[in-house]
Design a protein around this ligand. Structure first.
Ligand code: AMP
Ligand code: MN
Ligand code: MN
Ligand code: MN
Length: 281
C-alpha cells in the first residue's frame, strides 16, 4: 500500500464513484494525498476537496488526451489551478471533440444492436460527465453486450473494431503548455500501456521533455516488475521525476487506490517539485 496516489478517476469522467466516494475510499485506506485526474475535465475536483474535510490532501489534476504519431497518449497534469481560464478554454475545446466522438461511437453501436447507445451511456454516466470509451465499455457490460470491460474493448471499442472512431486529439505540447499555464507540472501517464517499441517510447519521452514535461508515471497498478524497473531506468537516464498512480476507475479485483504503486528506490518523486509545495508532502 502506498499513502500517495496521483492518478484516479471520478464520475466527472469515466470513474464509477462520485468525487466524495473516491475520497472516502482513499481516507479508509489511510492515504495522505490523492490527486483527482479525470479525463479532460476539472469538474470533480471541487467536490473532492470539499469532501476531504482535512482528512486527506486532495491534489487538483487532470488527464489530457493527446495524439502523438497516430497514438493516443495521456498527459497527467498535477498541482494545477482548476480555475485557470487558459486550462478551462482548452478543456472546453476538448469536450466539444469528446461529445462529437461519443455521438459517433453511439451511432455505430446503435447500428449493431444497441439502440440509443449514446443516450443510455450518458444517462449511466450522469450529468455533465465526460464520456470516454470506458463509459461505453461499462454500458455494454450492463446490457449484456460484453462480459467485462476488457471484453467490450476487444469486441467493439478498440482500434479496428466495429464501434471504433479515430480522433485526432491535441498535440502533446499543447497539453503541457496548458498544464504549465495553470501552475502545474506535466507527467507522462502509464508509459508502458501504449503500443510503442522501446525506441519509440524513448523518442516520445525526449519530445515530452522538450515540450516541458518533467515526470514519468513510473509505478502504476497491474504492471509487471520489469516494466517498473525499465521506467525507473528511463527516469534516471532522462533525469526526470517519478510519479505514482493507480488509475483507479471502479471497484474490482485488479486496481485500487494506493495499491501496489510504491516508487522504486533512488527515483526522485514528482512531489519534490516546487509546484507541490502548497500540498504538505
Ligand atoms: P478514450 O479516452 O475515450 O479513448 O477512453 C480511454 C479509457 O478507456 C481509458 O482511460 C480506460 O479507462 C478505458 N480503457 C482503455 N482500454 C481499456 C481496456 N482494454 N479495458 C478496459 N478499459 C479500457
Ligand atoms: Mn479512463
Ligand atoms: Mn490513461
Ligand atoms: Mn487514467
Amino acid at each position: 500500500m502506498s499513502f500517495i496516489d496521483l492518478h484516479c478517476h471520478t464520475n466527472a469522467s469515466d470513474g464509477a464513484l462520485s468525487p466524495e466516494g473516491v475520497v472516502d475510499r482513499a481516507v479508509n485506506y489511510k492515504l495522505t494525498h490523492l490527486a483527482i485526474t479525470d479525463h479532460d475535465t476539472v469538474n470533480g475536483i471541487k467536490a473532492a476537496q470539499a469532501a476531504a474535510c482535512g482528512r486527506i490532501c486532495v491534489i487538483p489534476g487532470i488527464e489530457i488526451s493527446t495524439t502523438w504519431q497516430h497514438q493516443q497518449i495521456h498527459i497527467v497534469g498535477l498541482f494545477i489551478n482548476p480555475e485557470c481560464s487558459y486550462m478551462l478554454n482548452l478543456v472546453k475545446d476538448q469536450n466539444g471533440k469528446r461529445i462529437e466522438r461519443a455521438e459517433k461511437i453511439g451511432y455505430k453501436l446503435s447500428r449493431i444492436g444497441f439502440p440509443n447507445a449514446y443516450e443510455r451511456t450518458k444517462a449511466m454516466a450522469g450529468d455533465g460527465a465526460i464520456i470516454t470509451r470506458g463509459n461505453y465499455a461499462r454500458f455494454l457490460v450492463s446490457v449484456g453486450g460484453a462480459s467485462s470491460t476488457d471484453d467490450a474493448f476487444n469486441a467493439f471499442l478498440k482500434k479496428g473494431k466495429r464501434a471504433y472512431v479515430c480522433t485526432e486529439w491535441m498535440e502533446i505540447g499543447t497539453a503541457v503548455e496548458a498544464i504549465k499555464q495553470s501552475g502545474g507540472v506535466a507527467v507522462l501517464a502509464h508509459p508502458r500501456r501504449y503500443d510503442l517499441t522501446n525506441t519509440k517510447l524513448r523518442k516520445l519521452i525526449e519530445e515530452f521533455k522538450d515540450c516541458g514535461g518533467i515526470a514519468l508515471e513510473v509505478s502504476s497498478c497491474q504492471q509487471g516488475l520489469n516494466d517498473r524497473d525499465y521506467l525507473a531506468s528511463l527516469c534516471r537516464q532522462y533525469d526526470m521525476l517519478g510519479s505514482v498512480g493507480s488509475d483507479f476507475h471502479s471497484e474490482g479485483p485488479y486496481r485500487d487506490i494506493g495499491r501496489n504503486i510504491d516508487l522504486p528506490e533512488g527515483i526522485t518523486p514528482v512531489w519534490t517539485c516546487s509546484e507541490a509545495k502548497a500540498y504538505a508532502f
